[in-house]
Design a protein around this ligand. Structure first.
Ligand SMILES: *Cc1c(COP(=O)(O)O)cnc(C)c1O
Length: 409
């Protein structure tokens, strides 16, 4: 076996499809977000504006968060020193779990090292705790949910995206005696649409199913205290398990679930991805704690965030750029519809205009729906938006990309 050739071929295939990924080497400017310095391959540098960060509110530079992290390192050192069972439970972990439970109005919460791990570990473990479990999963669910559902090894049914009629059909067809769980997201971050949480919960209750929601792109961003769309829609108390990340709007890193105490206790006791890994370092948990607390008290940043997104969408639409109609959230996806064009536009924006937006290609989105995904924050000014729209208009003309209506979405 020529092992190296196999690896070369795998990479060549990705290149041929125009979806070879290149990471931008960035130095974020704390205190001056969304500005950053980009280092090219040849070592030269360039000042850019970041348009695709999931640090949606700039919490990654909030002094309240940074101070809490500095202080935690000074007080407690760097690493946590072990798994949660073996000396890795610091006071910050305990406090943060209480704070997150309170955020969602649940009895308990459980921290994981990332949102990915929280989905993967929890969903796979639910099959162990509930023998015969059938998980009903939205077809656009995140890769981490899919991975958890697959590795759990039990039965699964995939329903068409946010199609409650299809979900009901699948629920009705299933064995009425079997334990069931409906797994879905609130904000789907590639299309920017928001699911019908109330409708989904009602169906789940009708068929005796538990509900599991991924609020990764909504926690910190929606609801009076940042509890997500489930808080905004006043339905959190009806959802069995709420999952989210500390890495996006919270500005740190880590993931968690919030639920009834007995559910949390069971996952804590059985989930391999929780038990056998070193816990988050104290500085991260302290930073996340400060961030969550601050966000509970500052609804005005959520209002600013929504205003910025609405303004950018309006400016793009006025320029005839194909902003995806699906987006009713803070995410501004613009359809390109072709992997090679998408990468080309992204490269030109960075090189010629100092604008950084990563192309979104397969497998993150289906082939033929490649897009640019902009995430304006309260720190993106009108002037930055005007520069962005001007640059896009220019490139759309140069690369002959379809404007409104000219793509298959
Ligand atoms: C990013 C993401 C995750 C994973 O969260 P991390 O903390 O980044 O691991 C889970 N679900 C969705 C929908 C995501 O976009």
């Amino acid at each position: 076996m020529d092992y190296k050739a196999a690896f070369h071929n795998a990479v060549a295939q990705v290149r041929d499809e125009g979806r070879y990924r290149v990471f931008a080497d960035l130095k974020r400017h704390s205190g001056d977000f969304p500005r950053a310095t980009w280092t090219r391959d040849d070592g030269s540098e360039c000042e850019i504006i970041v348009w695709c960060s999931n640090d949606y509110l700039g919490q990654g530079q909030n002094p309240v968060v940074a101070d809490a992290m500095h202080a935690a390192i000074d007080a407690n050192g760097t690493g946590s020193g072990g798994t949660r069972n073996i000396s890795g439970t610091t006071h910050f972990h305990v406090e943060l779990e209480r704070e997150l439970a309170d955020l969602h109005g649940k009895e308990s919460a459980l921290l994981f090292t990332s949102g990915y791990v929280s989905n993967e570990a929890t969903l796979s473990t639910l099959y162990k705790i509930l023998p015969g479990l059938i998980i009903f999963s939205d077809e656009l669910n995140h890769a981490s949910m899919i991975s958890g559902i697959r590795s759990g090894g039990g039965q699964r049914r995939i329903f068409r995206h946010n199609d409650l009629a299809h979900l009901e059909q699948l629920l009705a067809e299933a064995d009425p005696e079997a334990p069931k769980l409906v797994a879905f997201e609130s904000v789907y971050s590639m299309d920017g649409d928001i699911s019908d949480i109330r409708g989904t919960v009602a169906l789940a209750k009708k068929y005796g199913a538990l509900t599991y929601i991924d609020e990764v792109h909504a926690v910190g961003l929606y609801g009076q205290r940042g509890g997500g769309v489930s808080e905004r829609d006043d339905i959190a108390s009806e959802i069995d398990i709420i999952e989210a990340t500390l890495g996006k709007a919270i500005g740190c890193m880590g993931g968690y679930i919030a639920a009834d105490a007995v559910i949390i206790d069971a996952i804590r006791s059985y989930a391999s991805g929780f038990i056998f890994t070193t816990s988050l370092p104290p500085a991260l948990t302290a930073g996340a704690l400060a961030s969550v607390r601050w966000l509970k008290e500052h609804n005005e940043v959520r209002e600013q965030h929504q205003e910025r997104a609405a303004t950018l969408k309006a400016m793009m639409k006025a320029a005839g750029l194909p902003v995806m109609e699906s987006s009713v959230s803070h995410i501004v996806p613009v359809m390109v519809g072709d992997a090679v064009h998408c990468k080309m536009v992204s490269d030109m924006l960075l090189e010629d205009h100092g604008i950084y937006v990563q192309p979104i290609n397969f497998p993150t989105v289906p082939r033929g729906t490649e897009r640019l995904r902009f995430t304006p924050t309260p720190f993106h000014t009108d002037a930055m938006m005007r520069d962005l729209v001007k640059a896009l208009e220019n490139l759309w003309a140069r690369c002959n990309i379809a404007r409104v209506g000219g793509y298959a979405a």
